[in-house]
Design a protein around this ligand. Structure first.
Ligand code: NAD
Length: 493
């Protein structure tokens, strides 16, 4: 199976990943590399640059000297280059999907049908959006006019996580580049492969040298060097809340512009008047897609008491039937957990849930595998009940294939439980009562609410969280506004 996949693709494993600086693929100045592990096998299969602030400085210098040319290029010309990049992603979908699946542990079919096409859409969307991006004017009667200029900022920093590597990497760099900025980007050191393949795509598409620079390496070395760089005035970050707080601490005294997309602990609210079969199916998808390693996954499922037992039986039956296994096998629904460290963290939360009085309904342990995946990091999809909404299991982000079930009696009670965590990223509501759907949506404290669906995305809509789930919004005009400097000009007649 594995050999067939490689034969079908141009992707070569055991490759030494390189930085992308000023249009060249370069080893880090230190010439040190980190092991890159395939989570499905536990084996080191490639090496990622262990870059430091010297590489960031080199990347900054390249970006800075490319800025004038790129920012002054007509938007239509920038758009054409980005569209070429989007086209190449589409053409190399299979190669990128295989690389993403091996690097991250997600099922190959999911990378092929979901993540890589979405990375292509991200670039395509902002390449075309920039041609329609406009700003406002405000006439003051007949004696003056204000107009607002939105201009590229300069060199911006983009830092992305490991769960949806190319998807979230392109979600940031696409609006940054479309708006005319030059970028120094840092992908996660845990999943660097598709960003590396993307740098080759940029070369092939003719992206001018220095416009996008990718520096691989550890967060506290490369990421913090980017954040602390005095000339990089804008940082777009997606990752954990703790890292976001550290970035904000360093950036605040330098008055940097920050976009922070952070953790979540999303409630999934199921009312008794829902479309039962659809709700169960969608709740399973919302809980376990990508091994539950999506910031938007529902992890606390609140079910109205009158249907609690029925929902529990149907939900657990479908979860227990999910096949956990080799990410490269077509029938696999749940692949490998991204790293040994994260695997241990998720298992420790299952132990915590038991200590807190939780009862495991299905799953609850590592999944032992045979053959090539015998040393991989697999966890059975786990459903827990019997916990209060304020315990640590229900308050802290687990970010794995673990969900809890709790009954509720009233709308007020479920809103109180849903809003009880420090997070506020996304919420899912299932009901056939339209008035209730609108009322609950307005009262839930989160940046995103899905009614009778999950992860249905329109790239024009604002995306982001409240409370400790983040600051600012990505998507559509919000992203293009973030990546531009705003100036008002007032002209008196
Ligand atoms: P992380 O915070 O550990 O790392 C994210 C990125 O930041 C990585 O590239 C990492 O190298 C870098 N980094 C680490 N320390 C840094 C520092 N001190 N300075 C600068 N950069 C640093 O997060 P992760 O474990 O890669 O990703 C999982 C987290 O991301 C979860 O909490 C998840 O909810 C969150 N996430 C949020 C969204 C969203 O849109 N809100 C999307 C995906 C993931």
């Amino acid at each position: 199976m594995l050999r067939n996949c490689f034969a079908l693709s141009r992707f070569e494993p055991m490759e030494k990943i390189l930085n992308f600086i000023n249009g060249d693929l370069l080893a880090p100045i230190s010439n040190q590399f980190l092991d890159n592990v395939n989570p499905a096998t536990g084996e080191v299969y490639s090496h990622c640059p262990d870059s430091d602030e010297r590489d960031v400085e080199l990347a900054y210098a390249a970006a800075e000297s490319a800025f004038l040319g790129w920012s002054e290029m007509p938007a239509t010309d920038r758009s054409k280059i980005l569209l070429k990049i989007a086209k190449l992603i589409e053409e190399r979908n299979d190669e990128l999907a295989l690389a993403e699946s091996i690097d991250q542990g997600k099922p190959l079919w999911l990378a092929k049908l979901g993540e890589i096409p979405r990375a292509q859409s991200n670039i395509h969307f902002f390449a075309t959006a920039i041609e329609h991006f406009a700003s406002e004017s405000h006439a003051m009667g007949n004696h003056a006019i204000n107009y607002t200029l939105r201009t590229p900022i300069g060199v911006v920093g983009c830092i992305s996580p490991w769960n949806l590597p190319l998807y979230l990497f392109t979600w940031k760099i696409a609006p940054a580049l479309a708006a005319g900025n030059c970028v120094v980007a840092k992908p996660s050191e845990i999943t660097p492969m598709t960003a590396y393949l993307f740098s080759k795509i940029c070369k092939d598409a003719g992206l001018p040298k220095g416009v996008l620079n990718i520096v691989h390496g550890m967060g506290p070395k490369v990421g913090s060097a980017l954040v602390a760089h005095e000339k990089i005035t804008t940082i777009s970050f997606t990752g954990g809340t703790k890292t976001g707080a550290e970035i904000a601490r360093i950036a605040a005294p330098m008055f940097k512009k920050l976009s922070l997309e952070l953790g979540g602990k999303n409630p999934n609210i199921v009312f008794a008047d829902c479309d039962f079969e659809k709700t169960v199916k969608e709740s399973v998808r919302a809980s376990f897609t990508n091994q539950g390693e999506i910031c938007l996954c529902g992890s606390r499922i609140y079910v109205e008491r009158s249907i609690y037992e029925r929902f529990k039986i149907a939900f657990v039956e479908q979860v227990a039937a999910l096949s956990v296994g080799d990410p490269l096998t077509d029938t696999t629904k749940v692949g490998a957990i991204v790293s040994k460290l994260h695997f241990d963290k998720v298992l420790s939360y299952i132990e915590l849930a038991k200590e807190e009085g939780g009862h495991i309904l299905t799953g609850g342990k590592a999944k032992l595998m045979d053959g090539r995946c015998a040393n991989g990091f697999f966890i059975e999809p786990t459903v827990i009940e019997g916990l209060g909404h304020l315990c640590r299991t229900n308050q802290e982000e687990i970010f794995g294939p673990v969900v809890t079930l709790q009954p509720f009696d009233t709308e007020e009670e479920v809103l109180e439980m849903a809003n009880s965590t420090p997070y506020g990223l996304a919420c899912t509501v299932f009901t056939e009562n339209l008035t209730k759907a609108h009322r609950v949506s307005s009262k839930v404290k989160s940046g995103i609410v899905w009614v009778n669906c999950w992860l249905l995305r329109d790239l024009r809509t604002p995306f982001g969280g409240v409370k400790q789930s983040g600051v600012g919004r990505e998507g559509g005009w919000e992203a293009l506004r973030f990546f531009t400097e705003t100036k008002n000009v007032c002209v008196k007649y």
